[in-house]
Design a protein around this ligand. Structure first.
Ligand code: ATP
Ligand code: MG
Length: 757
């Protein structure tokens, strides 16, 4: 069905503009659409695999829609054959050109599947045999990697080839077959979650129990070395002294930057913070840095100030945990010897992402025996911005001349079409070790690309698709939705929160509506409908360049002058006549907002009420990753769905509450859809992966494109690796969303998927 009534207006999918589909979908959800024939409620299908169409909510009804010519005759209210009174029709947006619906496409041109499976050899090692019988099998190269226990060994191979399995089995093999005490083993993973999963897996292996694993030191580099530090220097490294948040650190840099007149709207403090981290992880102290240009000179200055600040205030950051431990071991031969004796075997996952300090720490502890087993894939190096150096994986043989190198060729995770697509994506990177990766099965269809109009439609289409698949028997835990940056998850979070599908999102991902810039804008809207809103009065202050302590003065004025908080703001005396004039005009400007649509009101706040000024000065516009103006554009897209300011504000409030709720609930779900950044999805796998925002500016990220335009292709290659990581998380289905607009502007499909469909 293509047509329905909304009140007395006819909606026609043939003529509806693509940006209008979301509105039609929302109207149907509220029960506002009815069949043009029988008058019963209809819904809009806005999914991935079929064209949008209307259908009866009651699946038993199946009306035959009148033809277009008949429709033209229904201009007057009339009675249809079945006796239903049809409301007077008026096609919405009849003049809009034919709907530009771009149907989903499959990846094509992948090489044909070649079955390389040779059957896994039976092992003559009793423990590996027992494991194999319990379903944990190894191929011959994996067996080699597991059983070469002494000396350095590097397992270098593509995604899904069983590297992590090798490490888990190797741990069990060393304990069960070689009689090595768990106490002597350090097992390093990239995330705490991976470490937990590995332990659980180990416990499921034949003959393994908790007692045998006692003493096994397993976790991330940070957690392991922090444990050592806190044991030896508990006061210095107490938890309360940790500088956790980037904004706290940026604040220190910004304060220091004033000494050098570094302008907040031009100087990229976020990039400076990253640069400092990079130096720290490369074991370069401020005095050791040799700045290459003015930018690095400024960063070196900030670095010195940052370190001084921490010293003075007895603070430390995450990077200090590793540097601190390195110094502790270097400066205390007794302590170093103790740990060298304690640990004999080192197993390191995701080795492509180690940085210098981690590498040096391992070398320090493992020497002179060097029983190091490192596994990794240079194509999955995605943390170079934090100082990871795939170089270590590439020159392992140089650092450890007696090292064995094992390459795994099979991909056990994904079906052929996914592996072949991922191979084609990554093959375009120049700086990599050439690797062969072949799937062992070919039962699933090629990856699908789909083309929503914008972020809202993208979210709706995915949730619709999820509902369909889950209704057909899939488990929520089979799915992951991956994105390049957390800010891209807003619409999906909202749509999932409004569905009853169980889902989880990264613990530290705050609500979009709590972002400083978004909160500020919403404060204008709140005050327009409630000039007495104390929270909005507080949230609006930064945008007016007023300090938070002004709030007391505003409240006092409001009592004294018997006026609203909004009016009281206009009475504030700042001593700057220009600012006072602006404040005096504020209530009138804000009051005018209340009758506008949210989208129009936001436009007015930005253009007429000084918000764009605030963004330019305080919106971190110098930042490379997250700019205030991007938040505004995201908010405008979100606001399109709402007819009134009240609706948008209620929605924002609801979403803030949901963010907290979802995190609380996540512990109780047996199986849940995972929403996560690609960075955090490393090492994990899902039956079906949705990769969203595959457009230039999304992935590759804008800042990588900027660097590329300036002649630096390193970041672009890392972005391509990110897409490779995302694609290789999928076992059976990979769905890539390529929105036609992003942040309100036309978007180009990601250059990484060019030529694939
Ligand atoms: P990534 O590079 O993404 O970290 P990986 O190389 O670590 O991947 P694993 O996660 O160890 O790969 O393995 C991928 C999947 O293949 C897992 O589900 C694992 O259980 C399975 N697998 C690994 N080796 C084998 C094997 N020999 N036979 C059957 N399945 C295997
Ligand atoms: Mg792995």
């Amino acid at each position: 069905m293509k047509r329905a009534y909304k009140h007395n207006m006819m909606i026609d999918l043939e003529t509806a503009a693509p940006e209008g589909l979301q509105g039609i979908y929302d109207a149907a959800k509220k029960g506002l659409l009815s069949c043009t024939v029988c008058g019963s409620p209809v819904s809009l299908y806005l999914g991935i695999l079929e064209k949008p169409h209307l259908f009866h909510q009651n699946s038993k009804i199946d009306c035959l829609e009148p033809s277009i010519s008949q429709k033209a005759e229904t201009d007057e209210r009339q009675e249809d054959e079945s006796g239903f009174r049809l409301p007077k029709s008026r096609a919405i947006a009849a003049k809009v050109p034919e709907i530009d619906w771009k149907g989903a496409a499959s990846i094509s041109g992948n090489p044909a599947f070649m079955n390389t499976e040779k059957g896994l050899p039976a092992s003559d090692l009793p423990y590996l045999n027992a494991l194999s019988q319990s379903g944990v099998r190894l191929d011959s190269m994996q067996t080699k990697a597991v059983t070469s226990v002494d000396g350095p060994i590097l397992v270098l191979s593509g995604a899904g080839s069983g590297k992590t399995r090798v490490l888990t089995v190797r741990t069990a093999y060393m304990i069960m077959e070689c009689g090595i005490h768990a106490n002597a083993i350090m097992l390093v993973t990239f995330t705490a979650k991976a470490s937990k999963e590995m332990k659980e897996r180990l416990l499921s292996y034949p003959g393994m129990d908790r007692a045998r694993l006692t003493g096994l030191v397993s976790g991330t580099f940070h957690s392991i070395f922090y444990r050592i530090l806190i044991y030896h220097e508990p006061i210095k490294w107490r938890k309360e002294s940790l500088l956790k948040r980037d904004w706290e650190k940026e604040h220190i840099l910004k304060t220091a930057g004033r000494e050098k007149n570094l302008d907040e709207k031009e100087f990229a403090f976020d990039a400076a913070l990253q640069q400092i981290g990079l130096w720290k992880n490369s074991l370069l102290l401020p005095d050791m840095v040799r700045p290459a240009d003015d930018w690095e000179r400024d960063c070196q200055f900030l670095y010195r100030k940052y370190e001084e600040y921490k010293e003075l205030h007895h603070k430390y950051d995450f990077d200090d945990m590793l540097i601190g431990c390195y110094s502790l071991l270097k400066e205390n031969p007794g302590i170093l010897e103790f740990y060298q004796n304690r640990f004999s075997y080192f197993l390191i996952d995701e080795f492509q992402d180690v940085n210098k300090v981690q590498y040096e720490l391992i070398k320090l502890l493992a020497g002179p025996k060097n029983h190091i087993c490192a596994v990794g894939d240079d194509d999955q190096a995605i943390y170079s911005f934090r100082g990871s150096e795939p170089e270590y994986i590439l020159r392992f043989e140089e650092d450890f001349p007696d090292a064995r190198i094992v390459k795994l060729m099979n991909n056990y995770r994904s079906s052929h079409q996914i592996v072949a697509t991922a191979n084609r994506i990554i093959a375009r990177n120049k700086n990599r070790r050439n690797k062969k990766m072949a799937a062992l099965h070919d039962e699933a269809p090629p990856p699908v690309l789909f083309f929503p109009y914008d972020e809202e439609q993208e979210a709706t289409m995915i949730v619709e698709d999820l509902k369909e698949k889950i209704a057909n028997g899939a488990r929520p835990g089979d799915f992951a939705i991956l994105y390049r940056t957390h800010s891209m998850s807003r619409a999906l979070f909202e749509r999932l929160a409004q569905s009853n599908l169980p889902f989880v999102i990264d613990q530290d991902a705050d609500s979009f509506y709590n972002r400083r810039i978004v909160k500020g804008m919403l404060a204008f809207l709140s005050l327009s409908i409630n000039p007495e809103d104390p929270q909005a009065a507080a949230d609006i202050l930064p945008a007016l360049f007023l300090k938070q302590n002004m709030l007391q003065q505003i409240k006092a004025q409001s009592i004294l002058q018997d006026c609203t908080l909004l009016e009281a703001i206009s009475l504030i005396k700042t001593g700057f006549s220009f600012q006072e004039r602006k404040l005096a005009a504020l209530p009138a400007g804000i009051k005018l907002l209340k009758d506008l649509s949210p989208a129009a009101a936001l436009e007015r706040i930005e253009k007429d009420l000084g918000y764009s000024d605030y963004i330019k000065k305080r919106g971190n516009e110098g930042s490379t990753a997250e700019k205030g103006s991007d938040d505004i554009r995201d908010l405008k897209v979100a606001a399109r769905r709402f007819a009134s300011i009240r609706e948008l504000l209620d929605h924002a409030e609801h979403m803030r509450a949901m963010n907290a709720e979802v995190k609380k609930m996540s512990k109780h779900f047996q199986s849940a859809i995972q929403l996560t950044t690609i960075h955090r999805s490393k090492g994990l796998e899902y039956e079906c992966v949705y990769m969203i925002g595959a457009v230039d500016g999304g992935i590759p990220h804008d800042y990588a494109l900027d660097a590329y335009r300036k002649g630096d292709s390193k970041l672009l290659e890392e972005e391509r690796r990110l897409l490779y990581v995302a694609a290789t998380r999928a076992k059976k289905q990979l769905m890539i969303s390529v929105p036609q607009t992003r942040r309100g502007k036309t978007a180009l499909p990601s250059r990484f998927i060019k030529g694939l469909y």
